[in-house]
Ligand binder design. Structure first.
Ligand SMILES: C[S@@+](CC[C@H](N)C(=O)[O-])C[C@H]1O[C@@H](n2cnc3c(N)ncnc32)[C@H](O)[C@@H]1O
Length: 463
């Protein structure tokens, strides 16, 4: 049953207020990370900020931050088969190549979910502006392989030379039977099910309230904006945590001597929401930067359209306890905090390895591998791409002359955020990263920073 927003107004305001005490929360979080020497200051010049409590030298690892909520872009699913929980590549180099060639042949370009769009509504304008579908390179630079060869790559009958140097974990399908999510281990599959996927799985074991509605929601998000899928994961995470907290509270109550009603549903919901409540939030339709091709005089109409898009998305999600405004803030949170989720491809490493072989081995190996490279064309090196919310990295402020940057090292082969010092950082200094490419022109930087409502008054003046 749809409930009037007014009924939940106070609860929603409580959910959107940053909780206290922040300091203890972040201290505990930092203690669980591999890297120490950091502190979160809750009330700096620009709100929260991350500060060094130890010295870091140039090139030192400052932070490795696991994903709290993240997702691979729908458009990237054709190129890379990765664990839906930790985002490491899975299967084998042969499977990665064969699957990509197979899906390319089927013509599945932007998304791997083969939904038929039948609601008759025209979202094409929004798709032009928001859809994340970065098209792969054209087919003209590719030389197709026979079907049987593609099949034997996929079913393990064909082994490429030296591929054993790039071993990948076996593929474990989603326990809910959706055929959309795959994992590198049973523990990743179980964790994803427990924390996110059980409510969002469209498979036969789905625990969602209505599979049909869920499929419609997924279709709408895939066709318009992947950020709705991330928002749904954040909501699912909160509901599942809330249910656990409630069950354990009820269990405790059974043995409690007094009947204490102090742990209301709202306070349990607040506790469940706590890790996400720390994220910096603005309403999505207010904070999203105006795309280049939308005129300033059309700004109001543009914002109204994306607001309607979010409303449609939340209706499809049918999360009756969350109102539209709350959903808008969650989507806005990903707009304001997300760091690109990137994992380098073992397929690229494999072909680079073949290219670097000594001449005595290279000729023979290349003769075998060349047709596969030609079939992949310029797409051979596509990495896993997505968006994620990282609880500590998202507290780092922007600077146009930062002292750190998000940069993966050779061993960083999963979805974690890796922050490296780009120059020595002194104890007490704020750790800053650039949200944008620092080498762009002033005007270009301005336009990109507008998304974060950061204004650089004079070139280089912003910290
Ligand atoms: C990812 S959050 C960074 C953490 C944030 N300060 C907080 O309190 O959670 C991004 C937001 O921080 C603020 N911010 C970050 N760097 C800034 C800067 N150099 N100048 C002004 N505001 C900044 C902006 O409001 C931006 O939208």
């Amino acid at each position: 049953m749809e409930k009037p927003d007014a009924q939940f107004k106070d609860g929603i305001s409580a959910l959107l207020r940053p909780p206290t005490p922040l300091q203890e929360y972040f201290e505990e979080l930092i203690s669980t990370r591999k890297c120490q020497g950091l502190r979160v200051n809750p009330d700096g010049e620009f709100g929260k900020g991350v500060y060094a409590t130890a010295k870091f030298g140039e090139g030192d690892l400052v932070l490795k931050d696991p994903v709290l909520v993240g997702a691979q872009h729908s458009s990237n699913k054709m190129d890379c088969l990765v664990c839906s929980y930790c985002f490491c590549f899975i299967g084998s180099v042969e499977l990665q190549i064969g699957r990509k060639l197979y899906l390319q042949r089927l013509g599945i370009s932007k998304d791997c979910c083969q939904f038929d769009s039948s609601d008759g509504e025209d979202d094409s304008y929004m798709e032009d502006h928001i859809n994340l579908g970065e098209s792969s390179s054209s087919n003209s630079d590719k030389t197709p392989l026979p079907n049987e060869v593609v099949e034997s790559l996929m079913n393990g009958e064909l082994t490429l030379p030296y591929s054993e140097r790039y071993p990948l974990a076996s593929v474990i399908p989603c326990p809910g039977g959706c055929g959309e999510n795959y994992y590198c281990s049973k523990s990743c599959a179980d964790s994803d099910w427990e924390f996110f996927h059980s409510l969002l799985c469209p498979g036969e074991k789905s625990e969602s309230r209505c599979r049909e509605a869920l499929l419609k929601f997924i279709q709408h998000a895939t066709e318009t904006n992947d950020i709705f899928l991330l928002a749904a994961k954040a909501i699912s995470y909160t509901i599942l945590r809330y249910r656990k907290l409630k069950a354990s509270y009820q269990e405790d109550q059974k043995y409690a001597a007094t009947d204490c009603a102090c742990n209301s549903d709202l306070s349990l919901l607040l506790e469940a929401w706590n890790p996400l409540s720390m994220g910096f939030k603005r309403r999505w339709w207010d904070c999203i930067a105006l795309p280049d091709d939308v005129d300033y005089c059309d700004e109001a109409a543009f914002r109204m359209q994306i607001k309607e898009l979010a409303f449609k998305s939340v209706q499809l999600l049918k999360a009756a306890i969350f109102d539209k405004d709350f959903y808008g803030h969650i989507i806005g949170m990903f707009e304001q905090n997300n760091l690109d989720l990137v994992v380098a491809s073992p397929v690229e490493d494999y072909f680079l390895y073949i290219d670097d072989l000594p001449d005595s081995e290279k000729g023979k190996a290349e003769k075998i591998t060349r047709p596969y490279l030609d079939a992949l064309g310029g797409d051979y090196s596509v990495c896993c791409q997505g968006s994620a919310f990282y609880p500590l990295q998202s507290c780092m402020n922007h600077s146009c002359s930062p002292n750190a940057r998000a940069f993966k090292r050779e061993e960083d082969r999963d979805g974690q955020a890796t922050i490296i010092a780009t120059r020595p950082i002194h104890t007490g200094e704020e750790v800053t990263i650039s949200y944008i490419d620092e080498n762009l022109l002033f005007e270009e930087r301005q336009a990109l920073l507008a998304d974060y409502v950061i204004v650089e008054h004079n070139p280089g003046q912003i910290k």
